[in-house]
Design a protein around this ligand. Structure first.
Ligand code: AMP
Ligand code: MG
Length: 485
């Protein structure tokens, strides 16, 4: 039954064994106010944007009332955080239910920052306004870039303070996801549940995300392979736009293949594989260049959880898991290479392509070139305006690239179009995001709305984006991001 807001909620997660969740209600807040709202997402979900933005809808977004049909719960999960396995769970989030859209899709509706739960450990269960708006901006930017991601429906300020280093305004984010099942959910099952629990989770996941392989001979092995495929594609997309997640713990890696948990993430400006923004990632475990091997490491942890389901003989199960996981680098490369070729306008395949790409990246690193703007300059033939202007070794590379373009039948115009569609004009540059957040926290939302508008069409290449392509002035560097927000 749908309501005036359009809620059409199911609660299939509650069919899992109860070790996987705890039914729990959000803690009401004092004075909820809608801060930002995603009309187009609301409409995709089959929700009435007008009613959702009224007192009735805001009350749900604040956790002050529960929508009809919702059976709120906190999900249990575990996770390797910076390499150490911990028992975790939704410490400041609650799943309200799964919205079935008019086209029959199923999306988790989750409140983030909705108060303490049995999994809160020492935390206050709350979130502050800045980081929730930051998640809103970056997740929507990722969506517009064509990168699988959780999305943001609304941010509601609470009228209460949260205490971090200082007192900050509190907020609740409504997050929308294909699901919130994580590698860490499987680790929870494997380490803290029974084999039956694990099997129930795997079967639930298969039905929800991979129904086409349900009848495979070894469906759990197929599950591992499909998750690897989606992650290989996802991480390649991150690398191609210079996105650095910042905290690729196994609890922050989804089984659906969506990007999740926008904590200390940020986009790289100057190309350098060692780029790290997160203040707590002191050893660079989650540096830009480490993201593909870390994804493989996380997937190996996922494979371990599946061992009892892969084969009844433990040794053979290990062998199957290992030989499958070893394929990840190839899978990743098979996604990354075509993506990089498209960024350079290449339709065909030549042996020299890998070297051509690697040499460009090395030159970018050596000359401290901006990653996004270098590809833009190649697309629009404006290299003269970059650090590469008059650099002989770059001009050698440029000639090689032109010669390579000349080898394909496709016209220069087609190559230009291909490049336009694969090289974003705008990414959420750190100084722009900060500027929008600062204004918003001081009550001026115009800067953020304008930024969101520009970020929603990254491949439009229109003049009003030019301002957003500019680099930060040096005093804004080095940029630092913070966790536990
Ligand atoms: P995250 O760094 O957001 O991926 O969170 C890691 C774990 O810490 C998850 O189990 C969160 O639910 C939990 N957590 C983060 N912040 C808080 C908080 N303020 N209160 C309670 N739990 C939290
Ligand atoms: Mg997390």
């Amino acid at each position: 039954m749908t309501t005036s807001i359009g809620w059409n909620l199911e609660n299939s997660y509650t069919t899992l064994p109860d070790t996987f969740f705890t039914r729990y209600k959000p803690t009401p807040v004092r004075s909820p106010q809608l801060v930002i709202f995603n009309e187009s997402l609301a409409s995709t979900l089959g929700l009435n944007a007008q009613v959702l933005q009224s007192e009735e809808g805001i009350s749900v977004g604040a956790g002050n009332s529960i929508p009809e049909g919702a059976e709120p719960l906190a999900q249990a999960y575990a996770g390797h955080q910076f390499g150490h396995l911990n028992k975790l769970g939704d410490g400041r989030a609650l799943l309200l239910g799964e919205q079935i859209t008019p086209t029959g899709e199923r999306f988790d509706i989750q409140l983030k920052g909705s108060g303490r739960t049995p999994y809160s450990r020492g935390g206050d269960g709350r979130a502050s306004l800045g980081p929730m708006l930051r998640e809103y901006i970056i997740s929507e930017a990722m969506y517009a870039l064509g990168i699988p991601t959780t999305r943001s429906l609304a941010v509601v300020s609470t009228g209460e303070s949260v205490v971090r280093e200082t007192a900050l305004p509190g907020a609740v984010l409504t997050r929308v996801a294909a699901s919130h099942i994580r590698v860490g959910t499987f680790q929870y099952a494997a380490h803290l549940g029974t084999v039956e629990d694990l099997k129930a989770l795997a079967d639930y996941t298969l039905k929800r995300h991979y129904p086409e392989i349900l009848d495979d001979e070894n469906r759990y092995l197929s599950l591992l392979k499909e998750v690897m495929k989606r992650q290989a594609s996802l991480i390649a997309k991150w690398q191609l736009v210079g996105f650095i997640h910042g905290v690729m713990n196994t609890d922050n890696m989804t089984i659906s293949g969506e990007t999740i948990d926008y904590g200390p993430c940020a986009f790289m400006d100057t190309y350098d594989p060692a780029t790290v923004f997160s203040s707590i990632d002191r050893e660079g475990r989650y540096a830009y260049g480490n993201q593909p091997p870390i994804a493989a490491w996380n997937l190996a942890r996922f494979a371990e959880t599946l061992l009892p389901l892969l084969h009844e003989n433990q040794e053979q199960a290990v062998e199957i898991a290992q030989s499958t996981i070893e394929e990840f680098p190839n899978l990743y490369y098979a996604n990354w290479l075509p993506g990089m070729k498209a960024k350079l306008g290449l339709f065909t395949e030549e042996d020299e392509d890998k070297a051509l790409i690697d040499d460009l990246l090395n030159l970018m690193q050596k000359h401290k070139a901006d990653y996004t703007n270098t590809f833009l300059a190649l697309t629009f033939d404006t290299v003269k305006e970059t650090v590469f202007s008059g650099v002989p070794e770059f001009m050698d590379w440029y000639k090689r690239w032109q010669a390579r373009l000349g080898k394909q039948e496709e016209s220069k115009e087609s190559a230009h179009e291909l490049m336009k569609n694969h090289n974003p004009a705008v990414i959420p540059r750190n100084h722009r995001v900060e500027e929008a957040l600062e204004a918003a926290i001081n009550g001026d939302f115009t800067v953020m709305h304008r930024l969101l508008d520009v970020l929603s069409k990254p491949f439009a290449h229109v003049p009003d984006q030019t301002e957003y392509c500019k680099l930060p002035v040096d005093s804004n560097r080095p940029y630092r991001t913070y966790c536990g927000t």
